[in-house]
Design a protein around this ligand. Structure first.
Ligand SMILES: [Zn+2]
Length: 165
């Protein structure tokens, strides 16, 4: 399996509408990533249902689709270290997003140095092309957003899967 960098279709247009960059990077380009802190957007495609558990024994499930996770990295190693973890398949499940990165068949990211994940969530929702995928997912510590995992709205065009198996 290889993770492709190409995320095409409407998504890049939607991102530009939301005022975001559309320069995607894949797992092979992690070295080029900024070591500084900031936020990032992680696009993932899952081709099977993913189940997970939220706080309070609340069960959730995500259907086959593309998902867009907004996260932040403020520790040592910054965005590069955090995305390195997301792209790695060998890890203990620690956060909700780990369930998804382990199941993902395609993954690509955009680094937003000095950005804040909640601002990115707001921008993407405002564009009208994205909606919250699952309330509470990835936002346990956030009081501002409904969730940090988004998906394209029903009528937005999905990126063409470019699996290279
Ligand atoms: Zn938030």
């Amino acid at each position: 399996m290889s993770f492709q960098v190409e995320i095409g279709g409407d998504v890049n247009h939607c991102l530009r509408e939301a005022g975001l960059s559309d320069s995607w990077i894949g797992s092979s380009e992690l070295e080029a990533l900024p070591r500084c802190g900031g936020a990032y957007l992680l696009a993932l495609r899952v081709d099977a249902k993913v189940e997970f558990m939220l706080r309070g024994e609340r069960r959730g499930a995500l259907a086959t689709d593309w998902y867009f996770y907004l996260g932040s990295a403020r520790g040592s190693g910054g965005i590069a270290a955090r995305l390195g973890r997301h792209f790695r398949k060998q890890k203990k499940i620690h956060w909700h997003i780990d369930r998804l990165t382990l199941e993902a068949v395609e993954m690509a990211a955009i680094a937003v140095p000095d950005g804040r994940e909640c601002d990115l969530v707001e921008k993407m929702l405002k564009s009208g092309d994205f909606e919250t995928a699952f309330p509470g997912f990835g936002s346990t510590d956030c009081r501002r957003c409904e969730g940090h995992l988004l998906r394209l709205t029903a009528n937005a065009e999905r990126p063409v899967p470019n699996l290279d198996l």
